[in-house]
Design a protein around this ligand. Structure first.
Ligand SMILES: [Zn+2]
Ligand SMILES: [Zn+2]
Length: 63
């Protein structure tokens, strides 16, 4: 299973562009960069470390 790419920050609800910057923990909690900074790169849900989400490679379809 590929890592799920959630469309919005779980903390503030701001949308996250699929090819934009975001942070995820190892359990796929997803946060925007601003919240990740506020949270000191530590997931509030599971205590995992937040890592910068890799940008999705440019695929064959872009809407
Ligand atoms: Zn946020
Ligand atoms: Zn988490």
């Amino acid at each position: 299973m590929a890592l799920a790419m959630k469309p919005a920050c779980e903390r503030c609800g701001n949308g996250l562009a699929m090819d934009g910057e975001g942070s995820v923990c190892s359990f796929e909690c997803t946060f925007c960069r601003g919240c990740a900074g506020d949270l000191m790169q530590c997931c509030p849900n599971c205590g995992g470390e937040l890592a910068t989400r890799p940008r999705r490679a440019t695929g064959p379809k872009r809407a």
